[in-house]
Write a protein that binds this ligand. Structure first.
Ligand SMILES: [Mn+2]
Length: 386
């Protein structure tokens, strides 16, 4: 059975000030073409279909178009909600859409109920695990400690229990939206840290033949059977080195897996340039990037006049301008943004306590801070779930 694994479409998301809707429509064309060209049997979409709980109309229309075209191909699709989707909204009409062969799994209670498809070698059970926000689903799974590992383990226990009741030789595929240990992050994934721990070990998924992951936006292989497809398009400059792709997975009669990486179309390359404004405007080697979406980091010790307009003369698709003047590191003018770069909310808050009080937080205070951040995140998710 040939599976096509993709995720993190983020329909409706903009890249800096550029709407990505045209590029997203181009990806849907590519997806449909790929399904046809490679004789795909099942399409898997592992969450973050939309970028937000209430997506713009144009994104909803594009999703509608994608559903009709996938159903028109007669190729079944299994889809789950991600942390950016409103599971409840996305799940509206799932019963009807399912009759057309598009299986939307957005309800945590359905984790142990697979979509069963067949090929010449027998059954394949597809378990769709929607994004499981620990604070929201701990009652459903009967776990006391709301953490990602606890709820995913409980969900996978249901998967394994169901699988054990099926005929011997039933092959199995899990779709999940999670941060699995060993995966590499980029700047366009929304933080899902809970209790200071966001990542779950890949061993949580033991016992199934293939795990189609979503959430991280870079295509990556954790084990032969556990992979991220990554997003089909870049959503931050930290993804400049990514080659966006999908996995074409051949699931054999005995459950063995062969995966081939299929590249997605590139609407426009990304370039991160660094130097003084005059250097960037003059360096002949940068000619290759003149048509790219550009993030320019200017190192001029004194901020030059009108930098965006001047850059745009050579790089008309400049989207992001960062100032990082070359000064000694102890210079108080070293930018606030640079001091915060790459730090978690928790670290920034702990530093703030140390800065205003002269001593950092103790163990109890650290827990108070962590609980506060968890509560805010759970509240955000709750609001979106409604
Ligand atoms: Mn995502």
């Amino acid at each position: 059975m040939k599976l096509l694994h993709t995720s993190d479409w983020h329909l409706g998301r903009a890249f800096h000030r550029v709407s990505m809707l045209g590029a997203q429509a181009g990806f849907i064309d590519h997806l449909v073409e790929t399904v046809r060209e490679h004789g795909v049997d099942v399409v898997l979409v592992s969450g973050d279909v939309y970028d937000r709980a209430v997506p713009p109309l144009a994104a909803v229309e594009l999703f509608d178009d994608a559903l009709h075209r996938l159903a028109g191909l007669g190729v079944p699709t299994v889809m789950i909600s991600g942390n950016h989707d409103s599971a409840r909204r996305l799940g509206v009409g799932a019963g009807l859409i399912g009759r057309a062969g598009i299986h939307l799994r957005t309800d945590p209670a359905g984790c142990g109920t697979p979509v069963v498809l067949h090929d010449a070698h027998g059954d394949v059970a597809f378990y769709g695990l929607p994004y499981l926000e620990p604070a929201l689903v701990k009652a459903e799974f009967g776990v006391d400690k709301a953490g990602h590992e606890a709820v995913l383990t409980a969900a996978m226990d249901r998967v394994r229990a169901d699988l054990a009741t099926r005929p011997t030789g039933t092959r199995s595929v899990v779709l999940a939206h999670a941060f699995v240990t060993g995966g590499e992050q980029s700047d366009s994934e929304r933080d899902i840290t809970v209790g200071g721990v966001a990542a779950v070990p890949s061993g949580v998924f033991d016992g199934v033949d293939y795990v189609a992951l979503g959430h991280l936006h870079g295509c990556q292989t954790l084990t032969e059977r556990v992979r991220y497809s990554g997003s089909p398009l870049p959503y931050s400059f930290s993804e400049a080195a990514h080659r966006k792709s999908m996995w074409l997975v051949d699931l054999d009669a005995d459950g063995s897996v062969t995966a081939e990486r299929l590249d997605c179309p590139v609407p426009r390359p990304l370039a991160r340039l660094r130097g003084t404004l005059d250097d960037l405007l003059a360096d002949p080697e940068l000619a290759a990037h003149e048509d790219a979406w550009v993030e320019a980091t200017l190192t001029d010790p004194v901020r030059p006049a009108d930098p965006m307009a001047r850059l745009a003369e050579r790089f008309p698709h400049t989207l992001s301008l960062v100032f990082d003047p070359e000064r000694p590191p102890d210079d108080p003018a070293v930018s606030y943004a640079r001091r915060l770069a790459g730090r978690s909310d928790q670290e920034i808050a702990e530093d703030f306590v140390a800065h205003v009080r002269g001593a950092g937080p103790d163990g109890h205070e650290r827990t108070v801070l962590r609980d506060a951040f968890d509560a805010v995140r759970a509240d955000d998710s709750l609001r979106e779930a409604r």
